[in-house]
Design a binder for this molecule. Structure first.
Ligand SMILES: Cc1cc2nc3c(=O)[nH]c(=O)nc-3n(C[C@H](O)[C@H](O)[C@H](O)COP(=O)(O)OP(=O)(O)OC[C@H]3O[C@@H](n4cnc5c(N)ncnc54)[C@H](O)[C@@H]3O)c2cc1C
Length: 456
């Protein structure tokens, strides 16, 4: 990038909010996937007007711009593969309103998911989308990826709560989508279009979401299984029982052991799998649901069932699941977390395939799953510097996708496409769908400067 452009961009965001120091360029060159590429400059705008001014310059000069929250995505979506500007939105971190009369919240994109959850909770409400990365993932990033999480099973994903956006377009124009009302069918559903667009269509600078009343009570159950297939059969049995848990999560033996190694939470390391189940709702009906689920767990072979007595006890059980990703990431220098998703009735078959494929390619895998919605996260641990091992990891990814598709699934349930899944997109989407998506991209980003090199 030319020196005078660097100086112009620096001037647009003000002192202390632009950097081209090599250590900063390195820090913003990667995310939670395995690829890296340095930007030419990192900018930290604090307002819609600043983002718009930067985009006007980028558009004029045809400079790539990659929007970025906390960089926790698992598909290379915030790696600036063509260099240019890394636009980091984390300093736009204000909760602008929590409206308990209309059940909405309006936030800047850098607000961390957990902070919104806690603010909503204090006002007696809940913001359901809860990625396991909730303590760091930003609202901009969760809209950018249409993030899900454990509670997706009962409550849906980010798109189901998105009411309105302020979006800065490629040429710097400022677009308002949706609004603040629960119902709004005026015009095309632009919220739906931008949600999950991975920074390829525009940059969000304000987000309005729907909140719901906080459930009156919650109960958490952990069930330990000596056999992983029994564990996933229990998931199908619970889902067929007529009870919709708020969350139904699965961890395999390798993941259990990783958590124990790093955090020593007292998990059963001799078990093949555990399930974590949360039910919520009216306290009078919950006891019956808990009893029913406990019976199903026993019938499907659970060797140990723990039902939390109180919220701190439940939180202790959930800590194991929240720490599972980081624990696996500590085992070896690199991880790739897959995201294949199948109809829940095919969960056992898909888990069997995951284990079989990883064994065939001699790759260690921790299986985490938002099991109730068939969303599997086989987390492969490896050392990228070992070329042979890295090649085998890639073979696992190549083999997993067709298996998921053959079982009626999709190549990504919640992590998105980025660079990780781009080569597989045409296996799932037909040429007409690909052409329509390319047309949308061309309309919003005629010069191809918004997060180029990604799925479109
Ligand atoms: C341990 C761990 C657990 C995880 N668990 C889950 C989970 O349960 N569910 C789940 O869905 N994901 C999960 N993820 C993936 C990741 O945390 C989510 O995708 C999250 O939404 C990314 O937020 P971020 O702030 O890190 O965004 P980033 O990774 O920085 O960006 C993600 C994408 O959004 C775009 N983007 C960011 N901000 C903006 C903006 N303001 N405007 C436009 N585009 C923008 C980026 O360009 C990029 O394409 C997990 C990741 C880790 C490491």
């Amino acid at each position: 990038m030319r020196y005078e452009i660097i100086k112009e961009l620096e001037g647009l965001v003000g002192p202390g909010r632009a950097s081209y120091a090599p250590e900063d360029l390195a820090a913003y060159s990667y995310d939670a996937y395995t690829e890296e590429c340095r930007p030419d400059i990192v900018l930290f705008p604090v307002s819609t007007d600043e983002v718009s001014a930067v985009m006007k310059t980028a558009y004029r000069e045809t400079i790539p711009v990659t929007a970025r929250g906390s960089g926790t995505n698992l598909a290379g979506e915030s790696v600036p593969v063509r260099g240019g500007i890394a636009m980091c939105l984390t300093r736009m971190d204000k909760i602008l309103s929590i409206d308990s009369q209309n059940l909405t919240a309006t936030v800047q994109p850098g607000v961390v998911n957990m902070d919104l959850q806690q603010a909503a909770g204090k006002a007696g409400m809940m913001y359901p989308p809860d990625p396991a990365s909730w303590a760091v993932a930003t609202m901009g990033g969760t809209v950018g990826t249409n993030a899900g999480g454990p509670r997706t099973l009962k409550y849906g994903v980010t798109k189901d709560y998105l009411l309105g956006l302020t979006v800065v377009l490629a040429d710097g124009a400022i677009l308002q989508t949706g609004g603040r009302t629960i119902k709004n069918v005026t015009g095309y559903n632009l919220n739906g279009l931008f949600c999950g667009s991975e920074g390829t269509l525009g940059i969000f600078t304000q987000i309005t979401v729907r909140l719901i009343p906080k459930p009156q009570a919650e109960r958490t159950i952990r069930a330990d299984f000596a056999n992983l297939e029994d564990c996933s059969d229990a998931v199908s049995a619970i889902m067929a029982s007529g009870i919709v848990p708020a969350a139904l999560e699965l961890m395999n033996r390798f993941a259990i052991r990783a958590v124990e190694k790093s955090f020593g939470l007292g998990l059963p390391v001799d078990m093949d799998g555990i399930l974590l189940i949360q039910v919520d709702g009216n306290p009078t009906t919950l006891a019956g649901e808990v009893g029913h689920i406990e019976r199903i767990l026993r019938d499907t072979g659970a060797v140990n069932i723990i039902t939390a007595e109180d919220p701190p006890d439940a939180e202790r059980l959930w800590t194991a699941r929240r720490y599972a990703g980081p624990a696996l990431m500590r085992l070896r220098p690199n991880t790739i977390t897959e995201d294949v998703t199948v109809p829940v009735s095919n969960l056992t078959a898909m888990i069997r395939k995951v284990v079989e494929i990883c064994e065939r390619h001699r790759i260690q895998v921790g299986v985490l799953a938002h099991a109730g919605d068939g969303n599997l996260h086989p987390c492969m641990v490896f050392d990228r510097r070992d070329e042979d091992e890295f090649k085998r990891v890639r073979m696992v990814c190549e083999d997993l996708v067709p298996e998921a598709l053959a079982l009626g699934g999709t190549l990504s349930g919640e992590h998105g496409i980025g660079i990780a899944k781009a080569p597989f997109l045409k296996l799932e989407m037909d040429p007409v769908a690909l052409r329509v998506m390319q047309g949308i991209k061309d309309y919003f980003d005629p010069k191809g400067i918004l997060n180029p090199g990604k799925f479109v």
